[in-house]
Design a protein around this ligand. Structure first.
Ligand SMILES: [Cu+2]
Length: 122
């Protein structure tokens, strides 16, 4: 007689579990609650940080739209001086050449930097 009881319990549990699975309303509510978080995540690009610095052009790739700068510290981004590549529109690069000292501004999205302003340093 124990086995049928166990089976009955098992069925009852299955039914209970199925009931849990079908409840779904709580998870849906969570999904809705999560929407603002998703929007928050979508807003991440808004956290792009802007920095200004000076540096020396060490490489230019107009085809790729890249410039490599040996740049000084960038206080806004808490960066030490370093040499790194940035995306840059060709029109920003047309007046500079390797070896030029430049003053520039960039947007940093946390992964990559894009030059927004690039001028030969006086
Ligand atoms: Cu850098």
């Amino acid at each position: 007689m124990k086995k049928p009881t166990a089976i009955a319990l098992g069925l009852a549990l299955s039914a209970a579990l199925a009931g849990c699975g079908k409840q779904g309303e709580a998870p849906k509510a969570e999904e809705k609650a999560a929407m603002p978080n998703d929007n928050g995540a979508m807003a991440m690009p808004a956290e792009t940080r802007h920095g200004k610095a000076t540096g020396t052009v060490t490489a230019i790739d107009t085809a790729k739209g890249e410039v490599t700068l040996d740049h000084g510290a960038i206080a806004e981004l808490e960066w030490p001086p370093m040499t790194m590549g940035f995306a840059a529109k060709p029109e920003l690069l047309k007046d500079v050449k390797v070896g030029d000292k430049v003053a520039f501004e960039l947007d940093w999205d946390g992964k990559a930097g894009t030059i927004t302003k690039l001028d030969k340093a006086p």
